[in-house]
Design a protein. Structure first.
Length: 522
């Protein structure tokens, strides 16, 4: 088995390389993002760039694409040393990048988006573009309607438009930044087929990811980064999931955590015949009833859009119920304010951590006291006691292992995993009675995922009740004591993970099977 320092044998000549980055250094205030990084890309290769959130992967590729300028090091493209001062320079060298967050104009059509800055014909650019789109559809399977507006497209279709934009400009070096983070499993499979076709044509693809399974599905080689440095470069066929996880995190990672037996206590959360509407005013939650007890994780499984989000928001006070009741320790909290519900010992790990979990421009320390800033001991008259805020922030940063240059660092500058640790620190340090965790590991790397799952199991052991909502069926089945399956706004079955197969849950998630009330676990 290859060691962390192992490099792949049979090194090609430099003139055979599409890209060679030598000793790249990039500093930000308080952070050494890239620490003398070396990276190579060969023709006809998918080279995965793997690492935890904040490892420096995207920074390195932003340098290659001209968004950032390196503080040190050299870049060679097809054997020639180059200076890439802007994305325009990168595109002129045949380098294209598909960002994690797409750079498209929603109110324009597909063809109009591609025409922006790309069209070569001045007379009728859209005609030229539509002809190219047909060519790309046949060649790579990049099928998309040129007359459709961007807002009408799924995430997978929008991603195809971004890839087409890069190919239209002649890119034979394509950077894909976390390309599957917003895709369904079906869209992910389609993307992998497209990537394979481009590789077979001789293009070089850099695949930035933190998902280990994707490396083995799509990559030829993998370079692992940790804390700004390259740990090693390996052939994907000559390594294992366990070795890559150890290289990423710096220790052994448990892919399956042991769930201790815990005596279930009295009900903490009781949901009775709950109804609620979605943002468009249509029924989203329809007559949902269940209980979550002390020392229990109650999982909600289901395909996205079946009422899970609205259910969580009603429980924590962010959405009004139109009928039914929500009780916390026997107290009716239906349609009460989030502050009132929080005061009853309810913690919330929200689905969208950047939009609803933190205030991005506030510091780490300020985000840690968002629920308590108006109370003692943080108030000194009308002003905040900043020394106390910093003191408590440093304690929580150490306890929850939040990687940040300083308590005063804006929260938006943290990696996704560290933002989630920040939210957990704020929500859990007071030992809440009920934890509502919505997609708590979505988009996180293997190390952060293990950390969050371990925390939820620790809270369960402590006696907290946990309502876990996740589209990761493996996660729900691994952590939960009971699972409620939602379809079309209803709970169609409540089961125990050890007593049901994934196929049976899949049938319920698709609405093809419903348990009678007497069949549901109590």
């Amino acid at each position: 088995m290859a060691s962390e320092a192992t490099a792949v044998a049979s090194e090609p000549r430099e003139t055979d390389l599409l890209v060679k980055m030598v000793s790249i250094v990039k500093r930000f205030p308080g952070v050494l993002a890239n620490d003398h990084v070396n990276f190579e890309l060969r023709p006809g290769e998918v080279h995965a760039l793997l690492g935890e959130n904040g490892a420096g992967k995207t920074t390195l590729m932003n340098i290659l694409y001209g968004i950032y300028h390196p503080d040190g090091g050299e870049i060679y493209v097809r054997g020639r040393r180059v200076e890439i001062r802007s994305p325009r320079d990168a595109m002129s060298l045949g380098i294209g990048m598909v960002h994690q967050h797409f750079m498209l104009v929603d109110r324009h059509t597909v063809a109009e988006n591609i025409a922006l800055g790309y069209a070569k014909s001045l007379m009728n650019p859209l005609k030229e573009i539509k002809e190219k789109l047909r060519e790309f559809a046949e060649k790579y399977g990049l099928k998309v309607d040129p007359d459709a507006y961007i807002w009408q497209l799924s995430a997978g279709e929008q991603q195809r438009v971004e890839i087409i934009k890069a190919l239209y400009h002649g890119a034979d070096i394509l950077i894909l930044d976390e390309p599957t983070s917003v895709l369904t499993p079906q869209e992910t499979k389609e993307l992998f087929k497209i990537v394979e076709r481009m590789r077979d044509e001789g293009k070089g693809i850099i695949f930035i990811t933190h998902k280990l399974d994707e490396v083995f599905e799509v990559a030829d080689r993998v370079t692992v980064m940790r804390r700004g440095k390259v740990v090693g470069t390996l052939k994907a066929s000559e390594t294992t999931k366990e070795e890559l996880a150890r290289m990423m995190v710096g220790r052994e990672v448990l892919f399956r955590l042991e769930k201790e037996r815990v005596s279930r206590g009295k009900p903490v959360l009781e949901v009775e015949n709950l109804h609620a509407l979605n943002d468009r005013g249509l029924p989203a939650v329809r007559g949902v009833s269940f209980r979550v007890h002390e020392g229990e994780i109650f999982g909600i499984a289901g395909v996205a859009g079946n009422g899970q989000r609205e259910l969580a928001e009603v429980v924590v006070g962010l959405r009004k119920a139109t009928a039914g009741r929500v009780l916390i320790d026997g107290v009716d909290v239906t349609n009460k304010s989030p502050r009132f519900i929080s005061s009853k010992g309810v913690a919330h790990i929200p689905e969208e951590r950047l939009r609803h979990g933190i205030v991005p421009n506030l510091s780490v320390a300020e985000n840690l006291i968002l629920k308590d800033y108006y109370k003692e001991p943080y108030r000194r008259g009308l002003l905040l006691d900043h020394s106390k805020v910093i003191e408590d922030a440093e304690r929580l940063i150490n306890k929850f292992d939040i990687v940040t240059p300083s308590p005063l660092t804006p929260a938006k500058l943290l990696s996704g995993g560290n933002i989630q640790r920040l939210i957990c620190a704020r929500e859990l340090h007071k030992e809440p009675r009920l934890i509502v965790a919505a997609h708590p590991t979505y988009g996180l790397d293997v190390g952060a995922t293990e950390y969050i799952r371990r925390i939820l199991l620790e809270q369960r052991k402590r006696g907290a009740a946990v309502l876990l909502i996740s589209e990761d069926l493996e996660e729900v089945l691994q952590l939960s004591d009971r699972v409620g399956v939602m379809f079309n706004g209803e709970i169609v079955g409540i089961v125990r993970p050890e007593e049901v197969s994934i196929e049976e849950i899949g049938l319920m998630m698709a609405g093809a099977r419903r348990l009678a009330r007497e069949e549901m676990a109590s």
